[in-house]
Design a binder for this molecule. Structure first.
Ligand code: GUN
Length: 307
């Protein structure tokens, strides 16, 4: 048992600020090579949550001197028109990253759209070329939220080799790539999902628990091994005591009694996702100019350090 004062409440805002500082340095270093990283953000329709996410992405781009180009399309936009825009962005040498905000309206096939993005501009890391590359351990663009979780885990624990990590949830956006990244970092990885038998028992064996299920406060202390580290990806809006609150997939107050470290909601994983999107935009720029890696000026060292 922990007294809550000894628990490390992982500060995602501070970690994101460090990543964004590195991005700023890298953008400045790339300027010496005549390169100015640019991100195209595509929003189809008027989903309020998506509008907030897109606004924040554009704001962070501005703060890191990344050029951003917004494409706001009507909800009735056809799949063919959206694919046409993506083809134009793929062909545009001044655009380095393309992000199509999800979810898309139901008349558009999400998979066809994600597969249309050039893999080297796929800053979400959702294209099958990048998904496959990640599972093979190649250097590819990887999904931002799991990437952010890895930063927080490595900041907290250092080397993750040999740790038993349980990922709760198996979505394409978080659960599956999270498991691949943990495996790449030499963890023993278990994925728990809605059909798992004895999910609680599996979680109680974990040194690291990453939860991404979208169910408010689904896990409490009874699911957790004393001293484990918990990364809570959930952001759930609930009504409580007559007001709206954001809570995670983990019952934070209950978990505090046993964990050694935990991310809060808000202020944990959330800020990292957008920071890693900016980092991916810089990485995409570098991957599109492979000759850069043969230079060894101080500025280039900065470029390489963010890869
Ligand atoms: N919608 C919710 N999360 C994401 C994400 O990581 N990328 C995109 N493109 N859309 C999202």
């Amino acid at each position: 048992m922990n007294s809550s004062c000894s628990v490390n409440i992982i500060d995602g805002k501070a970690a994101a600020a460090r990543v964004l500082n590195d991005v700023r340095d890298a953008v400045s270093a790339l300027k010496d090579y005549g390169l100015h990283p640019a991100l195209a953000v595509v929003l189809v329709g008027h989903d309020p949550a998506s509008q907030v996410y897109v606004r924040n992405k554009v704001l962070r781009a501005k703060e890191t001197s990344i050029r951003s180009v917004e494409h706001k399309l009507a909800a009735e936009t056809t799949e063919s028109d959206l694919l046409g825009l993506i083809a134009d962005l793929n062909a545009d040498p001044t655009i380095n990253g393309i992000l199509v905000q999800l979810p898309l309206p139901t008349h558009i096939n999400e998979n066809r759209v994600l597969q249309a993005i050039a893999p080297l501009k796929d800053v979400d890391g959702f294209h099958s070329e990048n998904v496959g590359g990640l599972s093979q351990g190649r250097e590819v663009l990887t999904p931002c939220t799991p990437n952010g979780c890895m930063h927080l885990l490595q900041d907290t624990l250092g080397d993750l080799s040999g740790k038993h990590a349980v990922v709760v949830g198996r979505s394409n956006i978080v659960g599956k790539p999270m498991a691949a990244l943990l495996l790449k970092a030499n963890c023993t990885v278990t994925v728990v999902h809605s059909r798992s038998v004895n999910a609680g028992e599996l979680c109680r064996q974990a040194d690291i628990v990453v939860v991404a299920v979208g169910r408010p406060r689904m896990l409490d202390a009874s699911w957790l091994k004393p001293g484990c580290v918990v990364i809570d990806v959930g952001i759930n809006r609930i009504e409580e005591d007559g007001r709206t609150r954001l809570v995670g997939d983990v019952d934070f107050d209950s978990a505090l009694r046993v964990v050694s470290a935990i991310t809060p909601v808000p202020g944990g994983v959330g800020p990292m996702t957008i920071a890693l999107l900016m980092k991916n935009t810089v990485t995409a720029t570098r991957l599109q100019h492979p000759a850069l890696t043969i230079h060894s000026t101080p500025a280039e060292a900065t470029c390489l350090s963010i890869s």
